[in-house]
Design a protein around this ligand. Structure first.
Ligand SMILES: Nc1ncnc2c1ncn2[C@@H]1O[C@H](COP(=O)(O)OP(=O)(O)OP(=O)(O)O)[C@@H](O)[C@H]1O
Ligand SMILES: [Mg+2]
Length: 408
């Protein structure tokens, strides 16, 4: 049997398409380009099945399952498809499989979804829904030959990817908080985001770990599914990878437009290759006398260091822990003037202070207590919960994401 290992995500999709058509005799329909939610449609005894394919090196995580379930639950998907299959090149995380098993057991309205991995040129089911039509499928010939599509198709199809590096040399100004919630804001806007955890503390991996019981295993899957802003839309996914996982797998995440890196506080420890990729560097700081005294030199040095590695990157100083109140207006203006005096933003023509009237991250309890889910052994979440229909951090980070999207 001819067997080739598909290299690109598009080749993998074609490989699956062939497998389903030739090995299982399904009628296979490839949806028009740009169709979201699924990659292939197959027909089994007149019943249409939506198939989503993932060719990652790491197992597919829980957030991806939630996103696919979210898609299958949309009104138009529900009326078009009888069931959905998610096919992976390298399995699924344990919490991902458990999530689906629990959903189909406990939620009578849950869509029929099955999970399969390509193994020895066949589908090995990691979870096959009891109601799946696959059970009734008559197996035919096992002999298949698999084509290889041209890499060119894939390369032509690659879209622009935007890299963000969140920096500071000194701890505690909110680097990790900003990285995570900026990612959250982009997912609210409909982008899937990769968070690259370069900080050796591995805080992001801990904060997004799917299985909080399994605390010590930092190689474990870390992800979050973010619900869509409006009904009828599809949600988005944050996946946390370390630098090596991202380097090894970045060509396979061809659907990812936004990559946000929580950088190492010691500048030299950040991989040069990654720093060269950055389009936008964000440097959070605090607008108070001690913060300015402590941080402005650090920021200037960070600017210089980034610039020696990357001539293209825009560098944006963001005010975090912002206190906005009429009574504080005068103080804030004095402090802003001091900050501008200490950091000459004209020295580098791509360095900017984001004016708090455009966007700043307010000091808030939601961000202060972010991470309680670890203490309470609950599932990962962001500090975006609404109270009385409002959430300040959510509005702040949406503004920040809009600010950058305006520059894309
Ligand atoms: N806007 C905010 N309002 C309230 N608390 C905040 C805010 N931003 C950050 N915090 C809190 O400040 C602390 C430090 O934040 P964070 O860990 O994100 O900083 P960091 O720069 O990543 O630090 P490190 O250098 O140690 O990695 C955290 O306890 C966080 O919850
Ligand atoms: Mg941190």
């Amino acid at each position: 049997m001819a067997s080739t290992s598909p290299q690109s995500p598009d080749q993998f999709e074609d490989y699956i398409k062939d497998l389903l058509e030739k090995n299982y005799d399904y009628e296979v329909i490839k949806p028009p380009k740009g169709m979201f939610g699924y990659d292939i449609e197959i027909i089994n005894n007149g019943k249409p099945i939506a198939v989503q394919v993932k060719k990652y090196r790491t197992p597919v995580n829980r957030a991806h399952i939630q996103k696919f379930m979210g898609f299958m639950g949309l009104h138009h998907a529900e009326s078009q498809f009888s069931e959905g299959w998610l096919i992976s090149s390298s399995g699924f995380s344990k919490p991902a499989i458990e999530h689906l098993r629990n959903e189909s057991r406990e939620n009578p309205r849950a869509s029929v979804v099955s999970l399969g991995t390509i193994y020895q040129s066949d589908i090995r089911w990691d979870y096959l829904d009891p109601k799946s039509s696959f059970h009734t499928h008559q197996d035919s010939s096992r002999e298949i030959s698999l084509p290889v599509s041209s890499l060119e198709d894939y390369q032509n199809n690659i879209h622009r990817r935007y890299y963000f590096g969140i920096f500071t040399n000194k701890g505690g100004t909110g680097k990790t908080t900003v990285a995570a919630h900026l990612a959250g804001a982009f997912t609210l806007m409909g982008y899937d985001v990769i968070l690259v955890d370069i900080d050796p503390q591995k805080n992001l991996k801990k904060l997004f770990q799917e299985d909080q019981e399994n605390k010590d295993d930092l190689g474990a899957a870390a992800s979050l599914y973010v619900q869509p802003l409006r009904p009828g839309q599809i949600g988005s996914v944050i996946s946390v990878l370390d630098n090596k996982e991202w380097e090894d797998d970045k060509d396979n995440h061809n659907d990812i437009k936004i990559v946000i890196c929580d950088c190492n506080p010691t500048f030299e420890e950040n991989s040069n290759d990654l720093v060269k990729e950055f389009d936008y560097c964000v440097i959070p700081t605090t607008l108070n006398p001690l913060g300015i005294a402590k941080n402005s030199d650090v920021i200037k040095r960070t600017f210089e260091k980034i610039r020696t590695e990357n001539s293209r990157a825009q560098m944006h100083v963001l005010i975090n822990h912002y206190v906005e109140h009429k009574s504080k207006e005068k103080k804030n203006n004095l402090l802003l003037d001091l900050l501008k005096e200490q950091i000459d933003f004209n020295e580098d023509n791509k360095s900017y202070l984001i004016d708090p009237s455009i966007c700043a991250i307010h000091r808030s309890d939601s961000l202060y207590y972010w991470g309680m889910h670890i203490v309470e052994k609950k599932k990962p979440q962001l500090g975006f919960e609404l109270s009385g229909g409002k959430c300040v951090p959510r509005e702040d980070f949406l503004k920040l994401a809009e600010y950058f999207r305006g520059k894309f």
